[in-house]
Design a protein around this ligand. Structure first.
Ligand code: GLU
Length: 278
């Protein structure tokens, strides 16, 4: 009698865990297969011209258009895309955890990151630059030593400052570039440093018009790749094909004009798959 009770109880436990497993795998299918499900894609939320969440909750920018095009080729309509904010320092972990299927977020390809994630692309070549107040006399990297500077934690921009560009500057590392821009406007820092593509987008915002200038320095080569989970070669191959057709069918150029035109950002030509500019 007693034994039977125990057996019944364990049957319930087994049934429950089966149900939980079934739910878990359903969820997984949702983000990895095409059809009725959704796909989760990592972008930035605070970078005008690249990845921006607008006040009405919708998204705009070059990375958003690249992500939407790729998702389309993977079989997902725009309303099946669930954008997820992936800040600079969170990108590798978001992919490793499977929070997102891929990331298009001004994500530079480099050897350190390649140990943790795989990259499709590159799909854009940008360069590290400085944004300063209009009347600033900072015009080159060496002017930064001893100055207050802002960049973002987990970015190549911050790393390059420490390693080569201005190791003697006082670098503040904040969570996102919008926070650095606020610090520049208030006078808390003398310059913001990151990719010229990002800085141009901020400088062109109505609220900042006429306040800032770009130094116009090419302090590094930033080859933007689309990050995927390490070892997910099936997705990687599909994304490379999608990027190639985005260039050949004219959508890449259209997205460039639409998103960088207003910022007057002079982009480099479309890179070829696997061609990294060192
Ligand atoms: N492209 C650089 C990077 O991947 C800087 C921009 C960013 O933080 O996203 O770190």
């Amino acid at each position: 009698m007693k034994l039977r009770k125990v057996t019944a109880a364990s049957a319930v436990v087994v049934a429950l865990s089966l149900a939980v497993t079934a739910c878990g795998s359903d969820k997984k299918d949702d983000s990895s297969s095409s059809g009725g499900g959704k796909i989760k894609v990592g972008i930035k939320y605070d970078q005008p011209g690249l990845g921006l969440q607008k006040p009405d909750g919708s998204f705009s920018g070059f990375d958003v258009d690249v992500a939407t095009y790729i998702a389309g080729k993977l079989g997902y309509k725009p309303d099946q895309i669930e954008f997820v904010q992936t800040k600079s320092a969170d990108r590798e972990n978001a992919l490793a955890r499977g929070d997102v299927k891929f990331i298009a977020a001004t994500y530079s390809i480099n050897d350190e990151r390649k140990k943790k994630v795989d990259f499709a692309g590159p799909y854009l070549l940008a360069h590290q630059d400085l944004l300063v107040k209009k009347d600033s006399d900072i015009s080159k990297g060496t002017d930064l030593n001893g100055k207050n500077l802002c960049s973002v934690v987990g970015s190549t921009s911050a790393q390059n400052i420490h390693k080569t560009i201005a190791p003697k500057s006082n670098l503040k590392e904040l969570g996102g570039y919008s926070e650095c821009i606020a610090a520049l406007q208030s006078g808390a820092v003398d310059a913001v440093t990151t990719d010229d593509s990002i800085l141009a987008g901020f400088a062109a915002q109505d609220k900042y018009k006429g306040q800032f200038k770009l130094a116009g320095l090419k302090l590094s080569n930033e080859n933007y790749g689309v990050g995927v989970k390490k070892g997910d070669t099936a997705t990687l191959d599909k994304i490379n094909k999608a990027l190639e057709s985005m260039v050949s069918d004219g959508s890449w150029k259209k997205a460039v004009d639409k998103n960088f035109g207003p910022a007057n950002y002079k982009n480099e030509p479309a890179p070829k798959t696997g061609q990294i500019v060192k």
